[in-house]
Write a protein that binds this ligand. Structure first.
Ligand code: ADP
Ligand code: MG
Length: 248
């Protein structure tokens, strides 16, 4: 069989027609997404449009009313079958997803790791090196700045080599001055680690800077999807134009 005959492998993450209603209102209304390993997709839209609810369903901490979620072509969740969150091989990073204050930086990063002590230590050192925080390896979270803590949180999330990385406004608590640097560093680390990344943000800037693909969301629906340049230069409608020109 030649490479040409090979069937195309399934995407790392595929979400089909997810719907979630609260009090009769569909806050996520038929959302479908497909993300390859190594790809960063930004779910971009104004506050309240349903981004976090979408992400929480993929994480498995919120149940959909209908729709399916697949990882590498395997069903992990529909309305009757459900792989529990801790078995989904998903890394999480939120704005306020705090480090464990009583654990050292090294133990925070090692938290989700299994196996031999020296292998775990090697992985922790590798990741702390990549986020430029090796010098804090035996320090504690309170000794770090907000930006440094988020870098440790990133290292912790990536340590077990998740197949999918879900990030919900991970930089929005940070100072403007710090944000560009941490976005760039985060992006280069994500690219090395080969997870499918879904990054939720309400900031067009962030999506333009980090995304391979933008999924523009409004009132529970994805209204446009494509490469950042295309979405930015050819917004689907007036509301998309207004959203991009708003200073957030
Ligand atoms: P975003 O992350 O885009 O700001 P969310 O997904 O958090 O949006 O919320 C989308 C909508 O769903 C909002 O109107 C919010 O108030 C509503 N919502 C979210 N969670 C719940 C809940 N548990 N019960 C009722 N309404 C909810
Ligand atoms: Mg949100």
């Amino acid at each position: 069989m030649t490479a040409q005959d090979d069937p195309k492998p399934a995407p790392r993450l595929e979400v089909r027609s997810l719907i979630r209603r609260f009090e009769g209102r569909a806050v996520v209304d038929d959302v479908s997404l497909s993300i390859e390993a190594g790809q960063v997709t930004c779910l971009l839209g104004p506050s309240g449009c349903g981004k976090s609810t979408t992400l929480r369903m993929i994480a498995g901490v919120e149940m959909q009313d209908s729709g399916e979620i697949y990882v590498d072509g395997k069903l992990i969740c529909d309305t009757v079958f459900r792989v529990p969150p801790e078995r989904r091989q998903i890394g999480l990073m939120f704005q306020d997803f705090a480090l464990f204050p009583h654990l050292s930086v090294a133990d925070n990063v090692a938290f989700g790791l299994k196996g031999a002590r020296d292998l775990k230590r090697a992985r922790v050192e590798e990741l702390l090196n990549k986020v430029h925080l090796k010098r804090f390896i035996d320090g504690y979270p309170h000794e770090l700045s907000g930006g440094e803590q988020q870098r440790v949180a990133l290292a912790r999330a990536l340590a077990p080599r998740p197949r999918i990385m879900l990030m919900d406004e991970p930089f929005s608590g940070l100072d403007n001055r710090l944000r560009d640097g941490i976005r760039d560093d985060t992006l280069s680390l994500l690219k090395e680690e080969d997870a499918a990344v879904l990054l939720v943000t309400h900031e067009p800037d962030e999506a333009m800077r980090m995304a391979d693909e933008i999924a523009l969301m409004r009132r529970g629906r994805i209204v446009q999807q494509g490469a950042p340049y295309n979405v930015y230069t050819r917004p689907a409608d007036k509301a998309a134009v207004a959203f991009f020109s708003d200073v957030n």
